[in-house]
Design a protein around this ligand. Structure first.
Ligand code: NI
Length: 184
């Protein structure tokens, strides 16, 4: 089932999301729906606050980047209650977009490597170290669980230039190809 997506201006995108347990009602179905929603909207990652649930749950699929990194073919993960326990590597610049900020893309600087602890969809714990595109996607999605957006990470001048676009999104004047939840 496709889920409507929250957009800039919705307070849920500014909240710190809460952890969940294995008994979370309808978790398997929610994960399936998040994948379906993400693929349909041509996203590579989706965090639960973007489908209006303030819980620590992320899905991502880095396959579209397999041309840059062949090992990303079919690389998809569910991250439950993730915690980035180490940032490392050189800082890298990457042009980011976000389904909650339709029509906006900006270069964002982030650390090149992360070490992350998370539970998978069966609540098995993992610790992984990722770099490149995986580290990038996961840091972007992780920020959603912390109430942060990539536009927080760009220079004040760049952000000023986006003011009218951001206002248009928050007022519902930007209609992407996918279904959104209009802000009140
Ligand atoms: Ni995003």
């Amino acid at each position: 089932m496709l889920l409507p997506i929250t957009v800039y201006g919705n307070p849920i995108l500014r909240k710190k999301a809460r952890e969940i347990g294995p008994d979370y009602d309808g978790l398997k179905e929610l994960i399936e729906n998040m994948y379906e929603t993400m693929y349909k909207a041509d996203g590579v990652g989706l965090a639960a606050p973007q489908i209006n649930k303030s819980i620590r749950l992320i899905v991502f699929d880095a396959s579209p980047f397999e041309e840059d990194e062949p090992e990303l073919k079919g690389f998809r993960k569910v991250l439950i209650n993730p915690e980035i326990i180490e940032f490392a590597g050189e800082e890298e610049t990457f042009n980011e977009g976000c389904l909650s900020l339709p029509g906006i893309r900006e270069d964002v600087i982030r650390p090149g490597k992360i070490k992350i602890r998370y539970h998978d969809e069966d609540f098995k714990e993992h610790i992984d170290e990722w770099e490149g595109v995986r580290a990038r996607i996961v840091q972007h999605e992780y920020d959603h669980l912390e109430g942060k957006l990539f536009v927080d990470k760009i220079s004040p001048i760049r952000r000023r230039l986006l003011t009218s676009k951001l206002t248009a999104i928050s007022k519902g004047k930007t209609q992407p190809e996918y279904r959104i939840i209009p802000n009140k």
